[in-house]
Design a protein. Structure first.
Length: 379
């Protein structure tokens, strides 16, 4: 639901009544991930999507019904020969949808409004909702902030609230959205309750080292993928805002010194990607010596095969282990036959997506690999 937070925050401010349908769980080749949402207001306006078009009409009708009767409901949509092109998923997947009405009298309205505001402001918070469980709990919600404080709750179930807060903080730390199953009393036993945890976190960071023409194209690709993009170079004549107008930050500093300071400030996490485009040993070696020891998602370095071999030897000479070297994506990018800066940026971006989602990088046509991978992280 937080993927359409900006629109829902506006609806909430305007006092509109609406219902939200949210993907709770997926199986097989489902087009959207948990957290994807479609909302319908009392005038029939709709925003968002839960299936890329397969079941939107049926889900729209469920939202209208929820607005009429005020009841939350969970519905499953899946592929079958009979209804593949009716309300089933013709792509062959299965999705579970939680539909929740948010009218003027709903106790959820205040919690949801706080969640929308946190998402729009770029803060860290997790919205937790009961997606499956006892009828009295279905759809109930609480909002958990990064410091552990929370708003809302599950209606007089303090142990369930405490467990939900702990689970949400763990998901929030990882920037993940997904379902968690616990007991209705907050333990791991008893009647099961499925919680949907939707994390709203600042965008992941991409740091591009080397203010070259390839970096300009990569900045645009990184922004397209939703990253907060920083360009860093020690040469002030190249690292300018005029050369990189699309970057969120342009920093003039030695790359390894900037990366060290960024680490010390707590601005790196497990979603961060580092792209080293300098292919100059005096910049690359101290930078990569540090980068390969950080718990980031991706470290890639540009250069020819010869540069790659020479760089590896230099890194070994300063104490980088074989295990650490194995984390380095070099030469950077997938084999697309790229030549131009824009093509190279696509190659690098494709490798980043493959690393994030567990993809192989092989063509889907003729390949016996899943199009969507279950269990891949959502950021």
């Amino acid at each position: 639901m937080l993927d359409i937070a900006e629109e829902l925050e506006r609806w909430s401010r305007q006092g509109r009544e609406f219902a939200v349908a949210t993907v709770v769980a997926t199986n097989g080749s489902s087009p959207r991930e948990p957290g994807a949402a479609l909302a319908v207001d009392s005038e029939g306006e709709a925003v968002g999507s839960v299936s890329g078009g397969c079941v939107e009409g049926a889900v729209y009708a469920l939202c209208e019904q929820a607005l009429a009767d005020g009841e939350s409901v969970v519905e499953r949509f899946g592929y079958s020969d009979e209804d593949a092109f009716a309300v089933g998923l013709s792509c062959g997947g299965v999705i579970d949808i939680l539909v929740t009405p948010v009218d003027a009298r709903s106790p959820l309205r205040e919690v949801f409004s706080a969640a929308y505001a946190a998402a729009v402001e770029g803060g860290s918070a997790a919205l937790v909702r009961v997606a499956r469980g006892p009828a009295g709990l279905l759809g109930r919600a609480l909002l958990v902030r990064a410091d552990g404080t929370h708003e809302g709750g599950f209606g007089g179930a303090p142990e369930l609230d405490r467990t939900a807060v702990a689970e949400a903080r763990a998901m929030l730390d990882a920037g993940r959205t997904g379902a968690v199953e616990i007991g209705a009393d907050g333990s791991r036993c008893g009647e099961p309750v499925t919680l949907l945890v939707e994390s709203s976190v600042p965008p992941p960071r991409m740091i591009v080292f080397g203010a070259i023409d390839f970096a300009s194209a990569l900045v645009r690709a990184g922004k397209f993928l939703g990253y907060h993009v920083t360009v860093c170079d020690a040469r002030p004549v190249f690292a300018t805002r005029a050369r990189f107008p699309g970057a969120d930050e342009v920093v003039v500093d030695w790359p390894h010194r900037y990366l060290s300071a960024t680490r010390d400030e707590g601005r790196l996490d497990g979603r961060t990607v580092l792209c080293v485009l300098t292919h100059d040993a005096k910049f690359d070696i101290p930078l990569l010596e540090l980068a390969l020891r950080l718990p980031v998602a991706y470290v890639g370095a540009m250069g020819s095969r010869r540069t790659h071999l020479d760089r590896n030897e230099r890194l070994r000479s300063v104490g980088v282990t074989e295990g650490e070297l194995a984390r380095l994506r070099s030469p950077i990018g997938l084999d697309l036959g790229a030549r131009t800066p824009e093509e190279t940026a696509v190659s690098i971006a494709a490798e980043i997506v493959a690393a994030r989602r567990g993809g192989t990088g092989v063509p889907l046509a003729g390949a016996h690999v899943p199009i969507h991978r279950e269990g891949a992280g959502v950021a």
